[in-house]
Design a protein around this ligand. Structure first.
Ligand code: IFM
Length: 476
């Protein structure tokens, strides 16, 4: 009896202590995004989205993988019967949180007009179902996709987009703000505009690549401003949770440290890929070199003083870090900005996103701690897809040894950084399930759970069991 009372008091006391410090326990989770997993692309009055259009009408995957694939069915996670099974798989995995995104084109089908109650009710139920299972929802408001009606008005090329996004975000925050404790305003603006749009326009556009990159930066900048405004709105609502924005980061190093051209290219790429976002997000400034360069290539690139003031004044509660691989930078006069970094990988192991070097994640986290005043950091995505056949089902099992090893070593890097005082608040593996990988369609698998895209059958892979073990080991 005494023992039971002592244990109970300990539980209550640690609860009070966490509350007093306004802390939630460390979040161990898996991540996904609406267009990549939901399917059911016309259910409950959903409007057409940018990616519905790109996949169905433009056939964008054709340029990259030579065949047309869409997210029309994806992995069927809009369907409650399906997602309840997936919640069960998360429970068995041992995660205490799930990061997913809302689909703006479901909630406001034409982007700015009538609100679709059916879609709001769907996400309400999903959030409740997760909570019943003991899984905290971490909600991304925007992950690459938005209503097609707004694409027709130039999307982020139009300054009004900031207001349209704020209107949508307000509806979502008012509806879910009391039960969701972590929101993310945007996911990876760099990838959304530089890489995805660049890849998609490669064939058609006659403009030099550097100009297209610079135009992309103006759209990125608008998302940064929209994010800061929504952070302000959220703080004014006083809901007691946290809000941040997620960026993809790839710490840079020269491919050949003895080649001065590689060294110079790498220093510039570090600013373009990482510093520009960290400075913009935490300090409300952009590196001068980067500003000058974008203004040179796109004279319309003009962040105003008022924009920068909004960025500087509205501090996020945490930084969302998506880390896959560092960038090895090679000077190449023929490439945009005279450098190449994508597909540069001299390591033996080839992951789709670059070299597998968890120590670079550790160093990067420590660097943020030192240079940006030790902010709270959530690893909002970390994972890998390999160009081998480790995702093949053999006798009902998937032995993805490379992914299991990748997850293990990156978690160790996070734990090490945490021990050294980096304020880590969560780790999310990308992804829980194999899903629709944008321009690569269904050809690039990142899941801890294998999905048969024809039958929707799920098979937990070796990496799922490895993650399960690691969560148990590091939970406390
Ligand atoms: O699938 C994507 C995700 O949508 C954004 N971050 C990177 C993942 C893997 O490429």
């Amino acid at each position: 009896m005494k023992k039971i009372i002592a244990t109970l008091s300990l539980i209550i006391l640690s609860g009070i202590a966490l509350k007093a410090q306004n802390q939630t326990p460390f979040l161990w989770g898996v991540a996904s995004a609406a267009y990549q997993v939901e399917g059911n692309y016309q259910a409950d009055g959903k409007g057409e989205s940018k990616w519905d259009f790109l996949t169905n009408k433009v056939g964008v995957t054709q340029f990259i993988i030579g065949k047309k694939e869409t997210g029309n069915v994806a992995i069927n996670m809009y369907d409650r019967t399906q997602y309840l099974k997936d919640i069960q798989l998360m429970k068995e995995l041992g995660v205490n949180s799930y990061r997913f995104s809302l689909d703006w084109s479901r909630i406001i089908p034409d982007g700015v007009g009538a609100v679709n109650e059916k879609a709001l009710a769907h996400y309400d139920l999903l959030i409740d179902d997760l909570k019943v299972a003991g899984i905290e929802p971490v909600v991304t408001l925007y992950h690459f996709d938005y209503p097609f009606a707004l694409v027709q008005k130039e999307g982020w090329g139009n300054p009004e987009m900031i207001n349209w996004y704020k209107n949508y975000a307000k509806i979502a925050l008012e509806r879910y703000g009391k039960k969701v404790k972590h929101f993310i305003t945007f996911n990876e603006p760099y990838i959304e505009f530089f890489v995805a749009e660049y890849l998609m326009n490669m064939e058609q556009s006659k403009e030099p690549a550097v100009t297209r990159f610079a135009r992309g930066m103006m759209k990125v900048h608008r998302e940064m401003v929209a994010s800061a405004e929504v952070i302000k709105m959220y703080h004014e609502m006083n809901l007691g949770g946290k809000i941040g924005m997620t960026f993809n980061f790839s710490p840079c190093s020269p491919l050949d440290p003895n080649n001065p051209n590689d060294v110079k290219a790498s220093a510039l790429q570090e600013k373009l890929l990482n510093t520009v976002f960290l400075d913009g997000y935490f300090k409300g400034t952009y590196p001068k070199e980067v500003l000058d360069m974008f203004t040179k290539y796109d004279p319309a690139f003009l962040p105003t003083a008022a924009d920068m003031k909004i960025l500087a004044a509205n501090k996020p509660d945490f930084l969302g870090v998506n880390f896959y691989a560092p960038a090895l930078v090679k000077y190449d006069a023929a490439e945009p900005f005279e450098m190449k970094w994508m597909d540069v990988n001299t390591d033996k192991v080839k992951s789709a996103n670059g070299p597998v070097r968890p120590e670079e994640l550790y160093k990067f986290l420590v660097k943020i701690k030192k240079e940006y005043n030790n902010p709270q950091i959530m690893i909002t995505e970390n994972g890998a897809s390999f160009k081998n056949n480790e995702d093949t089902v053999i006798s009902g099992k998937v032995n993805d040894v490379l992914r299991a090893d990748y997850i293990k070593r990156h978690i160790e890097a996070v734990v090490k950084a945490k021990k050294e005082g980096v304020r880590m608040i969560g780790y999310f593996a990308w992804s829980g399930w194999d899903n629709f990988e944008w321009v690569f369609g269904y050809t690039s698998r990142f899941g801890l759970i294998h999905v048969n895209f024809d039958t929707q059958e799920r098979i937990p892979k070796q990496s799922y069991f490895e993650y399960q073990k690691l969560i148990k080991e590091y939970k406390n």
